[in-house]
Each structure stands twice: as structure tokens, then as C-alpha cells.
Write a protein of this length. Sequence first.
Length: 407
Amino acid sequence: MDIAIRFDRTETGGNIILPASKSISNRVLIINALADSLQPVRNLSDCDDTVAMLNVLNSNGSCFDIGHAGTAMRFLTAYLSRIVGKWEITGSARMKERPVAVLVDALNRLGANIEYKEKEGFPPLIIRGAYLQGGEIEIPASVSSQYISALMMIAPYMVKGLKLRLKGHVVSRTYIHMTAAIMRHFGAAVQVGENMVEVRPCPYVPVSFSVESDWSAASYFYEWLAIREEGVICLPGLFADSLQGDAGQVKVWEKLGVQTVFETGVVRLKAREVTVKRLDFDFTEMPDLVQSFVVACCLQGKPFVFSGVETLRIKETDRIAALIEEMARLGFCLKAEGDSKLMWDGSRCAVGELEIATYHDHRMAMAFAPAAWKYPGLVIRDKEVVTKSFPGYWEQFEKLGLVCQTV
């Protein structure tokens, strides 16, 4: 369903209920399953990715279709490789274009038996689960931290444990530390160094766990305040000492005029004066926030140079190409420098048809919706795509005066 959106300009803020962290939920589910735990996981995410994970973990079948859920594909590939049996895992057409060779090669070197059913290096996969020997291997760390996290989480059940040497530039290192912290909560013995991860063979201990609210989802409300340049928003369930690397966005949004105040059990966002004329930032540790910052900077008229965007090419869509295409519809001429940089020098082009394609990418829909503050009537195609990570997205923005009309 496509919708045309605008904002009622009388609303200046509100109390927003964020979803639970998808990243934490999906890790806890894998670890909980490995631990054969009956302990509760509180505040579990209700997004599509987590539902896909739960459907597989609770299934009595052997063939699984996880749709667009990239995290589920990576984590479940590792999980199923050490569960005795024959399994098949596939996904959407886009999922079949997202490479998994780095992970599959690493698992096979550790004793797994995984084959490609169709195209070499891509899903669908045929997995013959068995006990894994483990040991020491090297893995490229510049493609996706999810490969590393997937290996880490099953490592306590490898006969020899795991010593993982990280080759090259490590992307999204904060997600590796998140994985290690959750593993330790369940009793794992794991050490993370600059270019090494080591996990001893030591089974998880069943314990209860409560999932934080999602810092990635918070970015869209920061973005709205940055574009609106006034107002106050309250976000319960966020913490300064979060496991999530995306909590690091706080200092970046300050430069674009949004102040963060941490109170007991809630974060209060306040619009204030913008302090930069141009924003240069390395998003290596926060790649999922690039779309929010691109839209905010352009609508503020602030040129930018964003580096550390390499992983955006293999997300739900090629997010670099998608941003260049869709921002051009709003009259902004973005440029890419290979896979490593995305930039805007202030150049404008003619505004096109105000209809944003989302490319089956939840973050395209959520990042572009706040732009309706300056582009009333903006059409967002495939509004349901937000359920991948934030099923209540539109309802929460209605609290800020969003008005939707089906087109």
C-alpha cells in the first residue's frame, strides 16, 4: 500500500514508544535456543526479522523461508550448521542476491557441511548439521560484522572452541562487542581484541533477559526534530550505557541541533541551534543510521561527507544507489565515491515527482517519512515495509501530527 503523508503543524512533540532492539532480540533468541533455556526473554522485538527467527526456532520442519530477514539468514545458517539434521534455508529474491560466502566458507572450515542449492556464494543453502570441531581460522572483517557474530554465538559448542582472526578493516565493531556482552550474560567465556575473537568451549547457562528499546529506531525521531527545528520528544527504554552501538548517534545529532537529556528510564530530545555548517562523519560503527542523517542534512541545507558506508551496498537494497536516486526526487544531487563515501556538496537539481520508492527496505521508508515536514503530500511506496524492524512506526509518528492518506 502506498500513502501520501503530511504533518499537522500544531504538534511539537510527544511520548514515543520504540520497538525492542532487533539486534539484541535476534542474538538472544539464538543463544537462548543453544542453551535449551526455558527462562523468559522480556520485551522481545515484534518485528518481521525476529518473527522469522522465532518461526524457524519453533518449527518442526526442515525447510525454511525467512523472506527479507538478512540477520535471520546469517544467524540461522550458523545455528543450523551445528544442529544434527538436514536443513534448507532460503529467502526472498533480494535475499538470494545477498552474499553469504564469507560465512559459509568459515563454517565449512570449522567442520560444517553447507552447500549452495542454486548460485555459488548465495542463498538458498542446504545445511547438514553436525557437531563442529572449531579451531583457529581467519575471516574478512570488512564485509559484515554479522558473519563474525554468527560464528561467535555457536562457538561455545565447538569441540575446540574458536579463535577468530579478523582480517582487514573491522566494520561495525560495536555489534561484535554487543554479541560478546550478551554471550557473557549467558555464561560464555569470550574475549574480543583488536583483530582477534576467542571463545572457549563452555555451554551457555539458561538465564532470564530483558531487551532494551531500539536505538536505531530512535534516529527517525531525532531526524524529525532536526528537520522541524523545534519541539521535544520523550523516548522511554533507552539508556546511556546501552549494548547498542547506535547509541553513539547522540553526539552526532547534537551537531545538527538535537540535544539528548538522559533521565530515569527515559531519554528526552530537545531541538536547539544547529552548530555545524557541514557534517563529516565516519559511519563504520553506525551504518544503519546513514539514511536518517542524509535526509536530515539535506533538508537542513548542510553539506556532508559520510565515510564508512561500504556495507550499505549489501543491505536490503543498495542503499547508496537508492539514496542518490530518491534524494534527487527531492532536488538534492548526492554523489558516491566508490563504496566508501557518500557526499552532498550543496548542489540542487530540479524537484521531481514526490514519490519515494522503498526497494523493500524498511529504513528507506522510515528515513524519508520525516521529509514530509517540508514536502507535504510526499508519497511513500509500500508503507508496510516498516514491519521489518518497527511495526508501530506510522502509529507513533501520528502522535507527532502525521496524517496519512492511501493513494
